[in-house]
Design a protein around this ligand. Sequence first.
Ligand SMILES: Cc1cc2nc3c(=O)[nH]c(=O)nc-3n(C[C@H](O)[C@H](O)[C@H](O)COP(=O)(O)O)c2cc1C
Length: 185
Amino acid sequence: MKIMAIVGSPRPKGNTDLLIDQALEEAASRGAETEKIILSQYQVNPCLGHQNCSSFEKCQQDDDIPAILDRFRGAEGIILGSPVYYYGVTAQMKAFIDRNYFLARHGIRLSARCTGLVVVAGGGGIDQTVRALRRYIKLATEMPDEKILIVSGYASQPGDVNSNPSLLEEARKMGAQMVEMLRTN
Ligand SMILES: Cc1cc2nc3c(=O)[nH]c(=O)nc-3n(C[C@H](O)[C@H](O)[C@H](O)COP(=O)(O)O)c2cc1C
């Protein structure tokens, strides 16, 4: 059982990353194989907008995304985390989402059977950002709403979430629930 997380924050050990670590640690303690990709540590270029991707055998962008997507599309559980940047996802997360277009144009859907969404804001924009991530999941999978779990909260400086034990606990609970969902379905 594999759970793969994509971190859209450019701050390693930032709030999004820390919450995702909680979820993954809990999932691993319950037997899941886990992997975490911090997008800012890879070369992630934006979509070039060819739109006729299906006429290409591989994405025309020569970067780290095809290898990441190869593993991501096979993961049974996926976690997407992004801080709110201007009421939406970060540029790194948006580029990741857009690059899924290559899979979509080849008729490839993600295999994930459950999803965790992690969104952190300084003050506003959580709903809009969750909506954007949820919309992507709905386009890339046939996942029912009840298989999409959400953890969101407020934090500003890196590490702020560490003084919010209930948010940390929510993230751990999400990891545990994902393992449970994958076990029972
Ligand atoms: C470029 C930029 C844009 C931001 N836009 C928003 C915003 O629209 N709403 C908000 O509540 N916080 C905003 N923030 C604050 C971050 O969401 C907040 O600091 C969050 O804790 C960062 O998460 P991280 O520690 O995982 O990187 C913004 C921060 C940056 C750097």
